[in-house]
Design a protein around this ligand. Structure first.
Ligand code: ZN
Length: 133
């Protein structure tokens, strides 16, 4: 299992480190990474951008029946997080009570191990966030 996790890390490091892109021409930020800006096209100057990992809950759902590899986590929350810098991403909200999560709740990225037992590539939520009171 350690081997699988290492493999995932190597393949898509920017996803785990929350590195996206910044267009220096129009200041638009993108996640995941883009190689060109849809607004500026060829005029855009794209460079790597490290997101802060802070954001807010844009929408969420409670997952009661978890897929294979996640059974021990259920129930848990899956949310669309709007990063403070703008982009939206899908994340699991961990260590969260029912009354803590709501649309607009402040969250920040947590550093947690992904699914320990699930097969690589089945379902990978990528990020875990915690409520940031
Ligand atoms: Zn641009």
């Amino acid at each position: 299992m350690k081997k699988n996790l290492a493999l995932v890390w190597r393949r898509i490091p920017q996803r785990y480190r929350l590195i996206g892109s910044l267009c220096e021409s129009c200041n638009e930020k993108f996640f995941p990474k883009r190689h060109f800006c849809p607004k500026c096209r060829r005029k855009g100057k794209i460079k790597d951008f490290q997101f802060s990992g802070k954001g807010s809950v844009y929408s969420y759902t409670k997952v009661s029946v978890a897929p294979e590899g996640y059974e021990s986590m259920a129930p848990y929350y899956l949310a669309i997080v709007k990063l403070d810098e703008g982009p939206l991403l899908l994340a699991q909200i961990v260590d969260c009570e029912d009354d803590e999560i709501h649309i607009g709740a402040k969250v920040r990225k947590a550093f947690r191990i992904m699914n320990k037992d699930g097969k690589e590539g089945v379902i990978n939520y990528g990020f875990k966030f915690i409520i940031d009171n």
